[in-house]
Write a protein that binds this ligand. Sequence first.
Ligand SMILES: *[C@@H]1O[C@H](CO)[C@@H](O)[C@H](O)[C@H]1NC(C)=O
Ligand SMILES: *[C@@H]1O[C@H](CO)[C@@H](O)[C@H](O)[C@H]1NC(C)=O
Ligand SMILES: *[C@@H]1O[C@H](CO)[C@@H](O)[C@H](O)[C@H]1NC(C)=O
Ligand SMILES: *[C@@H]1O[C@H](CO)[C@@H](O)[C@H](O)[C@H]1NC(C)=O
Length: 428
Amino acid sequence: MRPRSPLLLALKLSVVLGSLWTLFLLSGPTIDFNPTYILRYRWLEYTGDDGSPESVCNCTAIQQGDKETLEQTKILTITKDFRKSIQIPDEYYINATQDCRNFKLSRKYLTFPLSQEEEDFPLAYSIVVHQKVQNFERLLRAIYAPQNIYCIHVDNKSEGSVISAIEAITSCFPNVFLVSKRVTVVYAAWPRVQADLNCMADLYNASTKWKYFINLCGQDFPLKTNLEIVRALRYLRGGNSMESERMPENKKYRFTNSFEVVNGNLKVAGKQKTPPPFNLPIMSGGAYIVVNRGYVRSVLEDHRILTLIEWSKDTYSPDEFLWATIQRVPGVPGSNWLNAKYDMSDVNAIARLVKWHWHEGSQGSLEAVYPKCEGNHVRAICVYGVGDLQWLLTQHHLFANKFDIYTDPVAIYCLEKYLRQKALADLH
Ligand SMILES: *[C@@H]1O[C@H](CO)[C@@H](O)[C@H](O)[C@H]1NC(C)=O
Ligand SMILES: *[C@@H]1O[C@H](CO)[C@@H](O)[C@H](O)[C@H]1NC(C)=O
Ligand SMILES: *[C@@H]1O[C@H](CO)[C@@H](O)[C@H](O)[C@H]1NC(C)=O
Ligand SMILES: *[C@@H]1O[C@H](CO)[C@@H](O)[C@H](O)[C@H]1NC(C)=O
C-alpha cells in the first residue's frame, strides 16, 4: 500500500502545469511511461472497447430515463444472441486469474487509493455468495479499493466450479480472502447469520485498521463510490445505520416457536421458546447493516449478545431481527436507545435499498413507498432493470438489492460505468 497516492500528487502538479495536462490528455495512449500518471487516470475509465456486449447501449440516455432508449435496451436484452454473449463460464475466471497482474489490469481494478481521505478510512466487507460468479466479480470490482478488506463466504453447497472460480479471483488480491469456516446456508435459517458472523470474526482478527463493517450478498450493487461511502459513514459520527423498528405482532411467531432444519428446509419444531435473554426487546429489521468496529466487537465478545445469539439459533429468519435487536442494546457502540423515536425504517437507513412488491405504487398513494419495479420480481423483491436506474441514482442508500447480471446486464453495466466516471471525476 502506498503512503500517499501518486495520482493525487500528479493531479496537484497538474493544476500548476495546466497546459501540460491538456497536452498529455490529447496525446492519449501513445505515451507509455508518463511521469504524471495521467494515463492511469484515463486508462481507468470503463470505455466498453474491451468488447463487452453491453457497450452498444447508451448509458447516458438510460440514466436520464429516456423512454425510447429504455425500450430499445429492453428489446436488446431479451434477444437470444445477446443473452448468449453475456454468459461467462466459471472456468474463464480460473484461467484468467492465473495471470493476476493482467487480470487486474484488463478488468481495471483500482490498485491505489484514490484519495487520502479514503486511505485514512478503510472499510471491511463481508460478501455472502452462492452462485453467479460474474455477478460477484462485477460487484467486487465496483467496491474494490486496496485499503479496504473483503471476506467472501461461498456457500458450502455451491457447485465446485463456483467455489474454485471465486477462490481463484480472491487469490489475486492480498486484501480479499475466503472465510475460514464455510457453512451451508438454508433459506430463513440460522446459518445465514453464521456466514456473516464467521466473516466478522475473520475481518476483526485480520486487521485492526478498518472503521466500518458492511455486509453484502452476491446480488447487491453499490449506488455510491468509495469516497461517497466513506463520507456518508463519517457523517454517521460513529453511529450505525440499519432498519430497527417495533416488531409487528404477525412476525412474533418467528421467535416464540422453535424451528429446525429438516432436509434442507426450515420447519416448526413444535416447541415454545423461552423469552429472550435479559428481556431484550426483539426488534424488526433486515439482513444488511452498516456498523462501526465497536458494534462488531460487541457481537464477538459481549456476553449479553453471545447469549442472545445462542438463543436465536432455532428461530425463523434471525437475520431479520438479530442485528436490529443488537442495535438497541445499551452500551453497544453506535447503538440507539430503545424509545420508538429512534426506530428506523429500511427507507431511512442507508444500508440497503430494496423494492418490495407490495410497497410499489405512485406518489400520493398512502401505501406506496417507491415507484413500481421496472425489472422482475423474485420472492416479492424487485430485480432492477434499466428503467429503475434513474430513480436508483437519486437515493441515499449505499447499496441496492437485487441486481442480476442474467436478468438485466445493462442495469449493472450502466451503474458500474456511472460509478467509475464519478470516482474519477471526483479527483479534480
Ligand atoms: C446518448 O444519449 C445522449 C442523451 O440522450 C445523447 O446526447 C447522445 O448523443 C447519445 N449518444 C449516442 C452515441 O447515441
Ligand atoms: C487463458 O488466459 C490467457 C490469458 O491469461 C489467454 O491468453 C487464454 O486464451 C485463456 N485460455 C482460455 C482457454 O480461455
Ligand atoms: C459441507 O459440505 C460437505 C459435503 O459437500 C459436507 O460433508 C459438510 O458437512 C458440509 N459442512 C458444513 C459445515 O455444512
Ligand atoms: C487471528 O489471526 C492470527 C494470524 O494473524 C491467527 O494465528 C489466529 O488464530 C487468529 N485468531 C482467531 C480467533 O481467528
